[in-house]
Write a protein that binds this ligand. Structure first.
Ligand code: BG6
Length: 463
């Protein structure tokens, strides 16, 4: 007889999406524009197949039916975000009452179906009106975000008990201000530092507002953690991995959980003369307002090697000034997306949080396997995604081992419920437990969706 891997009682099983990626009705019912629509209108060719945020899963219209699908695929929890620009079309000031009615009913419907809503305030979707005044580059936007966060807690705090301030804040620093990959497409190390600082501060300001309300809820942050493994144990590679770890993971872990910035990063930022303007009062807010729990998004690790040499010492400072990505021979790859698969990474993260961050309560808030042209796996009308089931099982085994060794992990939410639009990649990579036909909007549960239901119902799976 085979063994069953059982998870702790009341373990959260579910999935995650974000407002911009799932709602549809991009323009409608009073929603203001955010940076995605603004950018798409300017440069549609940047988006895969020129599909922008106007064409998504339409959960805004279909959330009631979609919540039935969540039930059918074993959800007792679900994470999504509020669209800041839907609630505050100008980013601050007047509230859009239609947005209030929509989110209230959405969250109440989840609850009625015994699905715990986890709600995130910011998932890469700055209101265009605020980007026009500099977005996260502008300290004033921290105040507008705080106003927005406070409104959300007051409007929905009776239904939503689990909040997140941000999703993957390092991504907007990296892709928007260092790598020229996402809007506003700048390469400016000083601005990158400033944006990172303002985001960490905004997160702490939201925590502060939340704590004032003295509710029975909890507030956390979602971070994409990618363990940085050195190519070798020679001194230069180890140092390079240490810097990569500080930049990629500790940059937000430290302020969110310890209330202070990573000493190594501060040292490098000072060395390159990139310290942002700050005042002591703001540092005090960060110090005193740490999160209650942590959401971890894990897709793949980073393999790091020391740079052979710094060829141009006058080049603008980038974290990659100090390290290079190492293409490790023989690593296991997702053949349908191109990312590394390294299941043990999820365990290494668990041990790191346990040992270095006081074993704070945490859950997996995203993990997923993207697949291109997934139709090729369709048999008799259903996508048979055994590769995805194996991917989840492989990671769950390591997650379970971490829990057995004392890691305080309370849930596993996969990316994503229904195939969704994904920023520049649009519909290139499909991740869902449920297939979306983009033309008809028809939803069909994949094999992994049925497997996930069994996982939830059995609170574990057979090895
Ligand atoms: C995650 C983001 O990091 O990656 C999601 O939080 C995103 O918003 C997901 O959709 C998948 O990205 P991609 O580029 O493979 O579609």
């Amino acid at each position: 007889m085979s063994d069953i891997l059982t998870f702790p009682k009341d373990f959260y099983f579910g999935s995650a999406t974000s407002a911009t990626q799932s709602e549809g009705t991009y323009e409608g019912d009073g929603k203001g524009q955010d940076i995605w629509g603004k950018w798409f209108d300017m440069e549609p060719e940047k988006f895969y197949n020129e599909v922008g945020p106007y064409k998504t899963t339409t959960m805004y219209k279909h959330y009631k039916e979609d919540i039935q699908l969540l039930k059918q695929t074993g959800h007792n929890s679900f994470r999504t975000s509020i669209s800041w620009a839907r609630l505050f079309p100008e980013g601050h000031g007047e509230i859009n009452e239609k947005a209030v009615a929509y989110y209230r009913d959405y969250f109440e419907t989840l609850r009625k179906h015994d699905i715990e809503p986890f709600v995130n305030l910011f998932h890469f979707d700055m209101p265009a009106a605020l980007q026009d005044i500099g977005g996260w580059e502008n300290r004033k936007v921290v105040d507008y975000y705080t106003e927005y966060a406070k409104a959300c807690f007051e409007l929905f705090g009776d239904v939503v008990k689990k909040w997140f301030t941000f999703n993957e804040p390092i991504v907007q620093v990296e892709t928007g201000y260092l790598l020229q990959y996402q809007y506003p497409m700048k390469v400016d190390a000083a601005l990158a530092v400033k944006v990172g600082y303002h985001t960490a501060l905004a997160s702490a300001c939201a925590v502060k507002e939340f704590k004032k309300l003295d509710t029975d809820g909890k507030i956390g942050i979602v971070l994409n953690l990618s363990p940085a493994y050195p190519r070798s144990n020679n001194e230069a590679d180890m140092r390079a991995a240490e810097i990569a770890e500080a930049f990629q993971n500790k940059s937000f872990l430290d302020p969110a959980i310890k209330g202070e910035f990573t000493p190594l990063l501060v040292e490098l930022i000072k060395k390159h003369d990139l310290m942002p303007d700050y005042d002591e009062e703001d540092l005090d807010i960060i110090k005193k307002n740490t999160v209650d729990f942590l959401g971890v998004n894990y897709y793949q690790p980073v393999r790091i090697k020391a740079r052979d040499s710094v060829t141009n010492p006058d080049a603008p400072f980038l974290p990659t000034y100090y390290f290079d990505i190492y293409d490790m021979p023989g690593k296991k790859m997702n053949p349908y997306r191109g990312w590394e698969i390294y299941e043990k990474g999820i365990y290494d993260i668990a041990m790191n949080i346990k040992n270095d961050y006081g074993n704070i309560e945490r859950m997996i808030t995203e993990i997923g396997m993207g697949v291109q042209d997934e139709d090729r796996f369709k048999k008799d009308g259903m996508i048979e995604d055994d590769y995805r089931i194996d991917f989840y099982k492989g990671h769950l085994k390591w997650l379970h081992k971490g829990i057995e060794e004392g890691s305080n992990c309370v849930g596993y939410q996969v990316w994503t419920p229904i195939d969704c639009w994904s920023w520049l990649n649009a519909y290139k990579n499909r991740y869902g437990l449920i297939e979306l036909d983009l033309e008809t909007q028809e939803r069909t549960i994949k094999k992994s969706g049925y497997w996930f239901k069994d996982l939830h119902d059995n609170n574990g799976f057979e090895l």
